[in-house]
Design a protein around this ligand. Sequence first.
Ligand SMILES: Cc1cc2nc3c(=O)[nH]c(=O)nc-3n(C[C@H](O)[C@H](O)[C@H](O)COP(=O)(O)OP(=O)(O)OC[C@H]3O[C@@H](n4cnc5c(N)ncnc54)[C@H](O)[C@@H]3O)c2cc1C
Length: 413
Amino acid sequence: MKIHIIGGGIIGWSTAWYLNQKGFEVTIIDKEKTSNGCSHGNSGIIVPSHFIPLAAPGVIAKGIKWMFDAKSPFYIKPRMNLELFQWLWQFYRSCTPERASKAMPALLEFNQLSKSLYHQFFDKEEFDFFLQDKGLMMFYKSSKAEKEEKELVEKAQELGLDAKILDNAQAQQLNPNVKIDVLGASYFPSDSHLDPNVFMTQIQERGLKSGIQQMSSCAIKGFQTKKGRIESLISTNGKVIPSDLIILAAGGWSAHLAKQLGIRLLLQGGKGYSITVDQHDNKPEMPVILNEAKVALTPLDNKLRIAGTLEIGGLREKINLKRMQGILESVPHYFPTLHPKMLPKEQIWHGFRPCTPDGLPYIGKHPKFNNLILATGHAMMGMSTGPATGLLVSEILQGKKTSMNIDLFDPAR
Ligand SMILES: Cc1cc2nc3c(=O)[nH]c(=O)nc-3n(C[C@H](O)[C@H](O)[C@H](O)COP(=O)(O)OP(=O)(O)OC[C@H]3O[C@@H](n4cnc5c(N)ncnc54)[C@H](O)[C@@H]3O)c2cc1C
């Protein structure tokens, strides 16, 4: 059986990895020669702490307020677009306490499964991607944010996840190499971090050696279908690629490809930026998220990565310098001795998070075609949950009981 995976990000490669391990013949197709997409320059935080879906109560009010600020962390570009309206409507409908509480245990289990799989990779001799189990802190400065973080910690504890609230002195004690000025922090000791680019390079190199095939610089633009079956893929340069089974893992571009198959997939690309600066000291010990600014700082070896913003505005590659400036300006409010400088435009990385309106991924077979599997929509946590997605897809293909219940991730929901 010839399996083709569209998309060579963390989801595509993790899926290829587990399928290859089970003896399937797999080819990864990517439109880029060397991908530098969402799975490369992200913050690299492995986040059991992120069990609350993006669409949660309170998000709408915050989003509306932020829309009028050019440097804000969240922005929806207003445009006349039916898919965007449908997405926003579903997003609005999903922001209820009932839906959020249903999603939470599933997201936590998904993240924990994936974290254990990262450890399995790390224990293999041929992998070393700086995986560190130092936890995550979320800093806050306002009493409003303190209330949010306290609620988050309570929910985490109810779900059995280790979490606590720290004051400034306690946060400082755990991060002795940089000055901290906050009201407090929530602390999630069981989060981890890694260097995403290193992991992506290693899984590709090891995967190719193990027999995974790769077609790069090959953009898929359409499909040939017959009686509920996809027969082949068609690339922009006219190549027809016959296939027995297709896995759609094209990140932020997945909705566009699904549309070519007559499938309405509600998914928007949520653009985010990062810069990575040389920083030997004067940096936190572990990843930190700045609550009010929604900015993440990750210590990576001798570097520091600073990332943020979520722009729902189509798949436009243009860099918005004001938003990057907003990210950098937020840092000294929490770390008074850290003043990261703006880098030239070409050194600002950006990626499109594949965002679903209910904050849950699409993983599973699609009823419209008997040889199509979707694996996309991981939004803010795709780096964390890539390995679990790969394992789950391999189990679906083997007809095995999946390692966790994925009913909530059904692509046809
Ligand atoms: C600033 C930022 C910080 C983040 N931080 C974290 C974090 O700390 N932890 C975490 O878990 N997640 C994080 N994320 C989210 C995470 O990066 C994404 O969820 C994840 O990378 C998505 O992976 P993917 O494989 O679905 O998509 P991608 O990595 O975007 O891969 C999709 C691939 O499909 C290819 N493709 C698209 N269309 C076609 C086509 N027509 N034909 C062929 N190929 C095609 C693209 O070239 C691309 O290589 C962050 C994201 C951003 C933007």
